[in-house]
Design a protein around this ligand. Structure first.
Ligand code: ZN
Length: 491
């Protein structure tokens, strides 16, 4: 097994990754709340943990990867007030909440598959695990770290903090948290503003509701992740991931809930990805810069100069280290597009390189450098820089300025197939490389252009124009030449 080190948010240092069970890894990542289309912000955690998932499998681990779907209990306001996000959307669109859940779960999965993000091995929903959540709340009540008021159950942070550290993950001091919490204005149910809901009593107008020992209600948002992670991964598991925005209160609450339920922390490595900004600004609904993934792929958001292929977006995200902030702009994405294309072109060349009697390039060192980068807390930008060193080698072998033995060539091919295709999850896009599907695709376009030539020859201008206009509308650039016509995909 490779010597992988990962930065643990809890201990604030890089640690050698040693799974609890020899070859098996349990990984839990907080998934989306499905009440709207996925946006750029969803792409980063998905791709970050997809990289980790793929790399762990690449080096030989069996991975059980659980990523949940939040379909109930995520309230509009994090202070346990306001409407449920899913229920609110259902009300606005006059749909059944489960129609909202289904619609946006489907669209999330479609977007993830476009980005070549592998499906998790288990994708549990909060509404499908009400019994487990009630069980967890009961455990916390029995342990004395929760209390019931008017059919709602809250976690007693003050009581917990007397016996255990609270705030370690996010580096917050309990005293500061108290002074920063606003006074409980008329909210008589909670003993303190720091307490969070484990179960909420459902008001008469609330649609999503289930019976419980405390009356009809619904689970609090933090409860689901404790209940579902431990159900599928056991009460001690290896990796818990998510975006930095979930550090507090969500993950801090999860640690406390785990200790309250099982008497010990449940997670060995806490991993967090940093956030995406847009032209230097935080993403926010009020700023009008919430770019949905579908809008990115089709170029239909006012901030976009053109559509961007999901592979270019994936490459763009992988070009930054997951713990660094990443700023989105048209220039940055267009630079990523070019880099991605250069990498794919080299991969296509690599297939047809001819071996020689000796190597003038150091393939061994290239392999070492690449794996060292990945093992250093998944340093994908350094990995990509080394892969571009390799691109230069490939190009100089192709130009006859360098040579490579058959054995080294095979190593080089394996390196790129393993790291670019399997681990980085980058695939050629139609028009940039010569995959089998692309060849067929090219032949179909050529056929259409031949039909257009024939229409022209018999002065059937309507058909000829129609073929040209339809292809142009689909994103092809058609140029008439003396021999007929040339085409390329508009970049
Ligand atoms: Zn979660």
């Amino acid at each position: 097994m490779e010597k992988l080190t990962l930065y643990n948010t809890l201990t604030r240092q890089k640690e050698l990754f040693e799974p609890i069970h020899k070859d098996h890894v349990g990984m839990y990542v907080c998934g989306p709340t499905v009440y709207g289309n996925a946006h750029l912000g969803h792409a980063r955690p998905a791709i970050t943990f997809d990289l980790l998932f793929r790399y762990l499998m690449h080096v030989g681990y069996k991975v059980r990867y659980v990523r949940n779907i939040t379909d109930v209990g995520h309230l509009v306001n994090d202070a346990d007030e306001g409407e449920d996000k899913v229920a609110k959307k259902a009300r606005l669109e006059e749909l059944e909440p489960m129609e909202i859940v289904q619609r946006y779960t489907n669209s999330y999965r479609k977007n993830m598959s476009d980005l070549n993000v592998l499906s998790p091995t288990i994708e549990p929903t909060a509404s499908g695990h009400i019994i487990e959540q009630i069980g967890a709340v009961q455990k916390m009540l029995q342990a004395g770290f929760a209390y019931e008021t008017n059919g709602s159950v809250y976690f007693d942070v003050e009581r917990y903090a007397k016996q255990h550290a609270y705030g370690t993950l996010s580096g917050r001091k309990i005293e500061d948290l108290y002074s920063n919490t606003r006074e409980l204005d008329g909210q008589q149910e909670k003993r303190s503003g720091l307490d969070f809901a484990l179960w909420k009593n459902a008001l008469p107008e609330h649609i999503m509701r289930w019976p419980s020992p405390w009356g009809e209600g619904f689970p609090g948002w933090h409860t689901e992740c404790t209940a579902m992670s431990t159900k599928y991964l056991g009460t001690r598991f290896d990796i818990h991931g998510g975006g930095l925005d979930l550090l507090f209160p969500h993950h801090e609450a999860e640690i406390a809930q785990g200790v309250a339920c099982f008497g010990h922390e449940t997670v060995k490595y806490w991993i967090h990805n940093n956030m995406i900004t847009i032209n230097g600004q935080k993403m926010g609904k009020s700023l009008g810069n919430f770019i949905q993934l579908d809008e990115l792929f089709t170029g239909t958001h006012p901030l976009l100069e053109k559509p961007y292929h999901p592979m270019a977006i994936r490459f763009f995200i992988l070009q930054a280290h997951y713990r660094s902030p990443l700023d989105f702009s048209n220039e940055a994405l267009q630079a990523a597009e070019k880099g991605f294309e250069r990498l794919m072109n080299a991969m296509a060349l690599l297939k047809d390189l001819k071996p020689a009697d000796q190597s003038t390039i150091d393939v061994e060192k290239l392999c070492r450098d690449c794996y060292e980068a990945l093992n250093d807390d998944l340093n994908s930008p350094i990995l990509i820089a080394h892969l571009f060193d390799g691109v230069r080698m490939i190009n100089s072998v192709k130009d006859g300025k360098a040579s490579v033995t058959a054995e080294d060539l095979e190593k080089l091919q394996q390196l790129y197939a393993g790291l670019v295709t399997d681990v980085l999850g980058l695939q050629p896009v139609s028009g940039t490389a010569d995959g089998e599907g692309d060849q067929l695709f090219g032949q179909v376009v050529d056929l259409l252009l031949t039909l257009r030539q024939e229409a022209k020859a018999r002065k059937d201008w309507a058909t000829s124009d129609q073929i040209r206009d339809r292809l142009t509308a689909m994103g092809f650039e058609i140029k008439d030449t003396r021999e007929g016509a040339e085409w390329k995909l508009k970049s």
